[in-house]
Design a protein around this ligand. Structure first.
Ligand SMILES: *Cc1c(COP(=O)(O)O)cnc(C)c1O
Length: 388
């Protein structure tokens, strides 16, 4: 079976698939059929690109980070500026794609899950613009820790439902959203935020995030006349990384490097297991349950990872490394001071590794770092960490 056939069934090697109740499988089958129908439809693509340009602000630049490149004297570092997108990160790319699909499918209502609130805010933003009813499920504990993001979503017209069940965390929010979907699938679309979950979500999220590498490949060829030595991206669920890798996967000379937090090292320490309806490398505790993780960046705090990353790791096509919270914090300050760009704490993990790697490479080498988001949301947290 070819890779493409595998991908159709939602498998990447042994990873991915769909491990869900029958009633939910029916909904996923309808979603898969519609996604396959529209993904190559010229009108659909034209509309997707229209909103990326007019609402998100694409294409965003591939900025040469001259100061840090010269400071460390090794490879040239380029930054793919997802931080300049409307709402400040890559998440909106996927949100626009899925909302347009939801509209084609006749959905009147969007539901989403959110942990720290970033995906919820991106979803609420696009729902406001597209006049869609929006409900965001969020664990009770998370609503308390991220009260401002709850307020942002409400400002944007979304209804935020605080989920008291379980531990009141992201997983409980996902369960509540899935329950809602099964009950209301005839008018409701579940807009998932990362390259995880049952098929077809990982393939669909990758598809909509691939715009990152579609642009960066063209940009680097224009600027340097050659492909990069490596593409570096942080990985939580894996959506910005898979989008940053996508158009380079078949370019065997380009190294693909995913950077995860040392406090949630899914790919470096995980084992194959089924979580949240799909199979991937996962951090488990002694009882075989998903292990709680404690990254300083909320967006990377997830015990699993997208199935395609699990496969890219096992097949050796991509490399995955871990960076500590302290290293990320240092990179956060470095990029701010040297380049005038305050990066998200998530993205700071990728920068920390890129700087290490650049020193080992030569001036002929090029690194593309995916700057997944801006750090305004993290300034208060960093202030407290530095001054305590
Ligand atoms: C959510 C988020 C991430 C992590 O999600 P992925 O699906 O792994 O990309 C990374 N960076 C930023 C800025 C985020 O908001």
């Amino acid at each position: 079976m070819s890779m493409r056939e595998d991908e159709k069934r939602g498998y990447f090697g042994e990873f991915g698939g769909s491990f869900i109740p029958e009633e939910l499988q029916k909904v996923m089958d309808i979603l898969e059929e519609n996604f396959e129908n529209y993904r190559n439809d010229p009108e659909f693509i034209e509309e997707y690109k229209y909103y990326l340009k007019e609402f998100v602000g694409r294409e965003n630049p591939l900025t040469y980070a001259k100061n840090i490149s010269e400071k460390f004297g090794g490879a040239k570092i380029y930054l793919k500026r997802e931080d300049l997108n409307h709402t400040g990160a890559h998440k909106i790319n996927n949100v626009i794609g899925q909302i347009l699909l939801a509209k084609r499918m006749g959905a009147k209502r969007i539901i989403a899950e959110t942990g720290a609130g970033q995906h919820g805010v991106a979803t609420a933003t696009a729902c406001a613009m597209f006049n869609m009813d929006c409900t965001v499920y969020m664990g009770k504990l998370d609503t308390e820790r991220q009260a401002l993001n709850v307020f942002r979503m409400e400002l944007l017209g979304a209804k935020v439902i605080s989920v008291d069940a379980g531990q009141g965390r992201l997983k409980d929010a996902v369960d509540a959203a899935l329950g809602d979907l099964v009950e209301n699938y005839e008018n409701t679309f579940y807009l998932l935020g990362s390259a995880v979950g049952p098929h077809p979500f990982p393939s669909m999220v990758k598809h909509f995030q691939s715009i990152i590498s579609e642009e960066s490949k063209q940009q680097i060829l224009e600027k340097e006349g050659k492909l990069p030595t490596a593409v570096v991206a942080c990985a939580g669920g894996g959506s910005n990384a898979i989008g940053a890798f996508a158009h380079y996967i078949d370019e065997k000379d380009v190294r693909l490097i995913g950077v995860e937090p040392a406090e949630a090292p899914t790919l470096t320490e995980g084992v194959p297991a089924v979580i949240h309806g799909f199979k991937c490398l996962t951090l488990l505790d002694e009882d075989g349950n998903p292990r709680p993780t404690y990254s300083i960046s909320a967006g990377l705090d997830y015990p699993g990872i997208g199935p395609e990353h699990s496969y890219l790791k096992e097949s050796g096509r991509a490399e995955y490394v871990a960076v500590t919270g302290d290293e990320a914090l240092e990179a956060f300050q470095l990029l701010s001071k040297e380049e005038g760009i305050i990066p998200a704490l998530e993205s700071s993990h990728a920068i920390a590794h890129a700087v290490k790697l650049a020193k080992e490479l030569s001036k002929d080498d090029i690194l593309i770092v995916n700057l997944s988001g801006r750090g305004d949301k993290d300034v208060e947290q960093v202030f407290k960490m530095i001054n305590q």
